[in-house]
Design a protein around this ligand. Sequence first.
Ligand code: KIV
Length: 298
Amino acid sequence: MSNTTHTPSQETTPASPYGTLPPASTPASRKPVSLPRLADMHARGEKISMLTAYDATFAAMADAAGVDCLLVGDSLGMVCQGLNSTVGVSLETMRYHTDSVSRGLRRVQGTAWLIADLPFGSYQESREQALRSATVLMQAGAHMVKLEGGGWTTETVRFLVERGIPVCAHLGLTPQTVHALGGYRLQGKGDAGALLKQHAHALQDAGATMLVLEMVPAALAADLTAELKHCATIGIGAGKATAGQVLVLHDMLGINLGKMPKFVRNFMADAPGVLPALKAYVQAVKDGSFPDDQLHAW
Ligand code: KIV
């Protein structure tokens, strides 16, 4: 290994014996995904594709496949760190992975919109704590932060948005509160659906421009998708009507150490490699063939 000074120009001219990142293969015409572009896609009814990413190489590959949004999800606690839940993921770990994903995107002049999860314990205390934590992730390269829950989170979302931090909310199965929810199970059934809707509207009014809906009945997600004009719903186990879809990268590549959730399709099963599998996911989200409500929804 050379001990010469590491300059920015060396960053852009990789000559590493340890492998290089895949070249950008997204169409040259693809402009960087931005909040106005996402709002435009939402308004036109173009489905938004989102995948989790935790490292530079997969981030570059997902971008090359045309994924619109990358989420540095705190699911990395399970996927990368071997934890039982996301509760043990620290802000420093999220910063490290956000930095890696962001660097991977920069190396290939990537265009994807980059979202990072605020981990458990990094925003619950106060709006000021949320701002400090969001700043760490934005300075690591995130374009938007995601936080879980409704009701009490509304004022936190407003506080962040007013200070220039785009926010994605997350309702339904919120894994950081899995112990309070009693397990990874369907949320928003029956009467609980009305409260979830109320929370979703309040989050939109507070300025959240995206809303992940995880493991909720497809009919509830469809209603909310039609009602929320300024906040794009992104479903995971929420049926096909949502404005976009997200999956955990490893799940959709069929590399899951546990039981595969019902809402996942293994895109590697019919693909000759990772890049074609990622492209097939984008295509299936865009043309509405994934998810299939008969197989992947409640
Ligand atoms: O952490 C994560 O990966 C997520 C997605 C499952 C939405 O929050």
